[in-house]
Ligand binder design. Structure first.
Ligand SMILES: [Zn+2]
Length: 321
């Protein structure tokens, strides 16, 4: 799709989404540029997932702040002009709700190819939906690339599978990475029939791409890089992640009729994200948000209205805790 691109990032950027995948005790595991997400309940697998997720975070921490290679928009990205208004007053916020694109999805079965088909069709819908929205804002847009993997591999943001990460977005090459088996394994045993749970994962990673195209992610990364404390860095990460949650909710709402997101599907999806809160983690690992907020921002997006409802950058500290 034609569209303007921001200058390509010369250096690898950290993946977004590492957290969103955690599950289990309270951490399930899900990627981000940060951390896993969890689900309610607690079990050994969850604890293992948590530890693994922490390992991912440690690696990310190094990538982000330790190598001076501009992983997150540091020196490597150059000091491009980045404005706070890119995040707080983005044109995208004034484009109203997403326009439905009549998204229809196939059922998911045990076979990885089934999940691949589901994710490809869902990604097609996301391309169409967000493409329209950027068009409304008269902003250039190009869809992300997709890597739906079964076998291990490498990305500019690191290799996969990565412990605790079943899906992530790599800004360096504008690509979403999702492990077709891993996303199920890290979902805490979620039945495949609860497809909205898996749809939310992709819609969230896509949300990071939207942030990237809109210039929001660049501001977020710059703010993390310049943060005077771990607390500010983590809060910034949470604003990024919670916004991706809200953007996912906004998309799911727009397509709820054709996708068949019933109340049962919606509640299962909310329960899933509620289980991925990070409030029980040490403060320096709280990069995704509490259970309340991690679910709350999906709900805000799903409630509908102008995309401005997804502006986490002007939200109070409590709302992004
Ligand atoms: Zn994320």
């Amino acid at each position: 799709m034609a569209g303007q691109h921001p200058p390509p990032a010369p250096a690898p950027a950290p993946p977004r989404g590492l957290s969103d995948q955690r599950r289990g005790t309270y951490r399930y595991t899900r990627p981000r540029g940060g951390g896993p997400r969890r689900t309610t309940g607690g079990n050994v697998a969850g604890i293992v997932g948590l530890l693994a997720a922490c390992a991912v975070l440690a690696v990310l921490g190094f990538r982000l702040f330790g190598d001076g290679d501009g992983a997150v928009g540091g020196p490597g990205l150059g000091r491009q002009s980045v404005s706070r208004a890119d995040a707080t007053d983005n044109r995208l916020y004034k484009t109203g709700p997403l326009t439905p694109v009549a998204c229809r999805l196939p059922p998911i079965s045990e076979a990885p190819e089934s999940m691949r088909r589901f994710m490809n069709m869902l990604s097609d819908c996301l391309d169409a939906s967000w493409g329209k929205q950027f068009g409304k804002a008269h902003m250039g847009f190009s869809p992300p690339d997709r890597v739906f993997w079964v076998r291990s591999g490498r990305s500019p943001c690191g290799s996969y599978p990565n412990p605790g990460a079943s899906a992530f977005y790599c800004p360096a090459n504008h690509t979403m990475y999702v492990g077709l088996r891993h996303v199920v394994e890290t979902s805490g045993g979620e039945p495949l029939s609860n497809f909205a749970v898996f749809a939310r994962v992709i819609a969230h990673e896509y949300g990071h791409h939207v942030q990237e195209r809109a210039g929001i992610l660049r501001y977020g990364h710059r703010r993390m890089e310049d943060a005077s404390s771990v607390a500010v860095r983590m809060e910034t990460s949470r604003r990024i992640e919670l916004q991706a949650q809200c953007l996912a909710g906004a998309f799911l709402r727009a397509e709820r009729r054709t996708m068949g997101i019933t109340r049962r599907q919606y509640l299962a999806m909310l329960e899933d994200v509620r289980g991925r809160g990070d409030e029980r983690l040490p403060a320096d690992q709280r990069d995704h948000g509490s259970s309340r907020n991690y679910a709350g921002w999906v709900a805000i997006g799903f409630r509908g209205g102008d995309l401005a409802v997804c502006n986490t950058w002007t939200a109070s500290a409590d709302e992004v805790d």
